[in-house]
Design a protein around this ligand. Structure first.
Ligand code: HEM
Length: 425
């Protein structure tokens, strides 16, 4: 298929109609023909991009945007459910974060903060507009007291985020633009606001829940990339730089806690009302969360069988191979050479570890509050609460006590090292 032909096919896809239908009645109620068209178009784009490597910059940008947006529909058509990355539109979030670019780390963290700001502002605007009665979508279980409490909590959160590099977002949501407008350079953030968070139900709180998940992913990404930058800096003996990066990671992790706490403004019944519709999607499929732990602690043998059963993360088992440098292995190497600088490094690492531990505790508290009384397990195929408890107390210290390492021969025998296909994962 020629480039121009494919571009015309994309332009002919009624994006505004698709998004408006998703807003009016939930993603799963969008006209079946339109959804099938979306899945087919995704396949065409993928096929074309696999075959053709040279195209105009504008065409490449539009194809990339469309592929990211349509991935979710393709995934649902293919598997019959939305997994976590397609549920939260992670491919689009990644585009706004610039994960695919080989940017300087620091620019990446600025982008990450901007994205968090945009998502937070959008959520606040959603609640305020709903409370004012000027937001027409997702009417189920829309409760005034819930919205008021949430607006207060979100406002507090906003004050704790540093000023964004982009301007504030208007409180009333704007109309849907065209593919080419979203694909223009510098408009990634409009796409983030308008084309992500497409709930599967009409529950008011599901949109809120999706935005919390997306903000958490931004924190995971920010913290993960900062920890990687710190580890890399130590390889060049740049300890001061490494410590600055660890402080940056800490900033992202510290923000995770209040974001998760805002979930407490959701009555459990509101969560139960849309939980079944999200079956197949669990944040246990979050690569960045697991990678963050792997970069801190190394691969934990007790999680190998869990990873192996989850296609979205099964390839992470690669990190169990020798030679991988985690923060823990670094600290162990540093231990015999105590200097004041290395002690400060270890002190920051311990704050990082404590913050992540606190997050796991808060998450467990949230899970206790929200899992339906009859839930026998989580939606990620684990035992749910017992699984989370088992991994709750995983800490960096004492350094000498190794976490059980996976058996290398067994690892090599596993035939699961291919990551899940598609731009969305
Ligand atoms: C109503 C709120 C929530 C409930 C009831 C809940 C429930 C659960 C459960 C039961 C698990 C165990 C895995 C499984 O599903 O089988 C889990 C894991 C997980 N959840 Fe949540 N969760 C909630 C909110 C969140 C949020 C907002 C995030 C942020 C992204 C999140 C991130 C995670 C992660 C990363 C894991 C994997 C933990 C690990 O493997 O150690 N959860 N959650």
């Amino acid at each position: 298929m020629y480039e121009q032909h494919l571009i015309r096919r994309i332009e002919a896809f009624p994006l505004a109609e698709f998004v408006t239908m998703a807003r009016e009645c939930g993603r799963l109620e969008i006209d079946a023909t339109l959804r099938a068209d979306a899945a087919r178009l995704y396949e065409l784009i993928r096929g074309f991009r696999a075959d053709v490597s040279f195209m105009s910059e504008e065409a490449a940008a539009m194809l990339d945007l469309a592929e990211r947006f349509l991935y979710g529909e393709w995934f649902i058509a293919e598997h019959g459910f939305a997994n976590y990355p397609s549920y939260i539109g992670l491919a689009m979030v990644k585009c706004a974060l610039g994960v695919h670019l080989r940017d300087d780390f620091r620019r990446g963290w600025e982008k990450c903060k901007t994205c968090m700001h945009i998502l937070l502002n959008d959520l606040l605007s959603y609640e305020v507009s709903s409370l004012a009665g000027i937001f027409p979508w997702y009417p189920d279980h829309r409760m005034e007291s819930v919205m008021r409490n949430r607006i207060a909590a979100l406002n507090d959160l906003r004050t704790s985020l540093a000023a964004p590099s982009q301007g504030a977002v208007p409180i009333v949501s704007s109309g849907i633009l065209s593919w080419s407008q979203y694909a223009e350079k510098g408009r990634e953030h409009l796409a983030l606001r308008h084309l992500t968070a497409l709930p599967v139900s009409c529950e008011h709180d599901e949109y809120f829940f999706m935005r919390v998940l997306q903000m958490s992913e931004c924190c995971f990404w920010g913290a993960l990339s900062a920890v990687i930058a710190a580890i890399e800096a130590t390889k060049f003996d740049c300890l001061e730089e490494a410590m600055a990066h660890m402080e940056q990671a800490l900033e992202f992790l510290d923000f995770l806690q209040p974001i998760t706490q805002v979930l407490k403004t959701m009555p459990p019944e509101h969560f139960w009302a849309f939980r079944d519709a999200t079956d197949g999607s669990s944040a246990i499929q979050s690569r960045w969360f697991h990678l963050l732990h792997i970069y801190l602690h190394g691969l934990d043998e007790r999680k190998v069988s869990i990873y192996a059963d989850i296609p979205e993360i099964s390839d992470l088992i690669h990190y169990g191979k020798p030679g991988f440098v985690s923060l823990r292995s670094l600290l162990r190497d540093f231990a015999p050479h105590a200097t004041p600088e290395l002690e400060t490094f270890a002190e920051i690492a311990s704050r990082l570890d404590a913050s992540l531990y606190a997050y796991r505790c808060i998450h467990l508290g949230i899970v206790h509050r929200f899992l339906p009384p009859d839930a026998k397990q989580g939606t990620g195929g684990t035992s749910g609460i017992p699984y989370l408890r088992k991994h709750l107390t995983r800490r960096l210290w004492p350094l000498e006590s190794e976490y059980p390492q996976p058996d290398l021969e067994e690892l090599n025998a596993l035939d699961i090292f291919q990551p899940l296909v598609g731009v969305g994962n």
